[in-house]
Each structure stands twice: as structure tokens, then as C-alpha cells.
Design a protein. Structure first.
Ligand code: 1GP
Length: 238
């Protein structure tokens, strides 16, 4: 079976668009998990991302175990920090927050995580993670203590994405931040997806099906939906 990154590349080559539901372990009530799993299985999602800026609960392992048992979707860790690594998942986005200038999120956490990941079978997918200004302060900006890139400054986002690709990242993630007021601009997605060869993930502040479609039309290969599905498990039925 092809690994998760190979599947993403194959989908990109075939023009097939991907969709990830982001589950924040802090916001999941395990008692309601059956209903959640049902909604996920009925949804068009192709991936489940698990993680958050700060995860305080201990349900991470139980949540991933349930997801692995009761869905067929690949479970990908989208970590806020090295405490969110679990050997039960299929892969991890090995993020470097390249829009910011906080060394902890550029290299320190990666140094801490590397020996842990070496002992596991998790597929490691290096990802250039780029935070875009979104009209409100999001948890990523607050927790990482970094400034998002100006949403008008296409040149800087472009140079950052290109640098991310040249550094060997396998994915570029354009992130407006969870609960963003404004999603990543159409023109920005268009420019970046035309300018780098690697797949582009887009997320943050997408609240309806049209928003997902717009991101795809602009060239996004994978769209991430967190808050909208969290608030309404029938989101994909609308
Ligand atoms: C956050 O991109 C994801 O990392 C999803 O954001 O919660 O706004 O959908 P939302």
C-alpha cells in the first residue's frame, strides 16, 4: 500500500481534491464519540487530522484508538508541540512554522521530537507551515508568539513558500488559524499552488461548502475543516 504522502501526490497528479477533518482532542467528549464517528464516516473527508495549539487532555491516545478502529481514514497528527505524538496514528505533519521567527517552532521542538519519532513507525511528513494574517488573533499566533504574514503581501508569502520547498519540505500549509475571521485569500492560494511543485494544504476560517470549493478552485490540494464541523456535525450535509 502506498504511504500517506504518496497517496497525496497521486491525488494531486489525478486532480483529485482531498479533505481533512481536524479534531482537537480538547474539544472531544469521548461519550459522544460514536455519533462523531458516524458523521465522519458519512462525510466526504479523506483524512483525519488530530491536534491543537495546546492539548491539555489525556484523551489523545483513546481518541486515536477509536478513530483507527471505527473509520478507514488515515489519521494524521497535526501537533502543536511534541507532547502530541502518538504511535497509533498513521503519520505526523512535521511542522516548521516558517512564517515566524520563533526558533522553538522552527527547530527546537523538531529536535525534541526527532528521537521520539525515531522509535515509532509513524510516517513523518515535513511541512512548511505558514501563518497568514486573518483579521483576528488566532491560537496559533498566540501560542507560537509569532506574527502571521500580511495577507496583502503576496511576494513575502511566495518567497516563504519557495524557501520552504527548497528546504525540502514535502507540503506547504497555508494557515489562517483555527476560527479565523478571514480565510486564506483566493489569489494567494492561486499564486502559491502555481509556484511550488509540492502539494498545498489550506485551512483556517473556512465555514461553508462554498469556501472549500473556492480553495480547491484556487488550487488547494487538501482543505482542512475544524471549527465548522466541530460546531455542526451535519456541516457536510448542508
Ligand atoms: C486550523 O486550519 C485548521 O489549524 C482549521 O481551522 O478550525 O477554522 O476550520 P478551522
Amino acid at each position: 500500500i502506498p504511504n500517506i504522502y504518496e497517496q497525496i501526490i497521486q491525488a494531486k497528479n489525478n486532480g483529485q481534491k482531498l479533505l481533512a477533518i481536524l479534531l482537537d482532542p480538547d474539544k472531544i467528549v469521548l461519550e459522544n464519540i460514536e455519533n462523531l464517528l458516524l458523521k465522519i464516516n458519512q462525510s466526504p473527508a479523506t483524512h483525519i487530522f488530530v491536534g491543537g495549539s495546546i492539548v491539555q487532555t489525556t484523551i489523545l491516545e483513546e481518541l486515536i484508538a477509536q478513530l483507527k478502529q471505527k473509520t478507514n481514514l488515515p489519521v494524521v497528527i497535526f501537533p502543536g508541540d511534541p507532547s502530541q505524538i502518538s504511535p497509533q496514528a498513521d503519520a505526523i505533519l512535521f511542522l516548521s512554522l516558517i512564517s515566524g521567527r520563533n526558533p522553538d517552532y522552527l527547530i527546537e521542538y523538531q529536535v525534541q521530537a526527532a528521537p521520539i519519532l525515531k522509535k515509532m513507525n509513524l510516517e513523518v511528513i515535513s511541512t512548511g507551515y505558514i501563518l497568514i494574517e486573518s483579521g483576528n488573533e488566532t491560537a496559533v499566533a498566540r501560542v507560537s508568539k509569532t506574527e502571521p504574514l500580511n495577507r496583502e503581501n503576496l511576494d513575502l508569502v511566495l518567497a516563504t513558500s519557495q524557501a520552504g520547498e527548497m528546504l525540502g519540505n514535502k507540503l506547504i500549509y497555508l494557515e489562517a488559524g483555527s476560527g479565523a475571521k478571514k480565510a486564506v485569500p483566493f489569489k494567494m492560494i492561486q499564486l502559491i499552488s502555481q509556484s511550488v511543485k509540492i502539494p498545498v494544504i489550506v485551512g483556517g476560517g473556512i465555514v461553508d461548502l462554498q469556501g472549500i470549493q473556492n480553495a480547491y478552485n484556487a488550487g488547494a490540494d487538501l482543505v482542512v475543516i475544524g471549527t465548522a464541523f466541530e460546531n455542526n456535525s451535519r456541516f457536510f450535509e448542508s
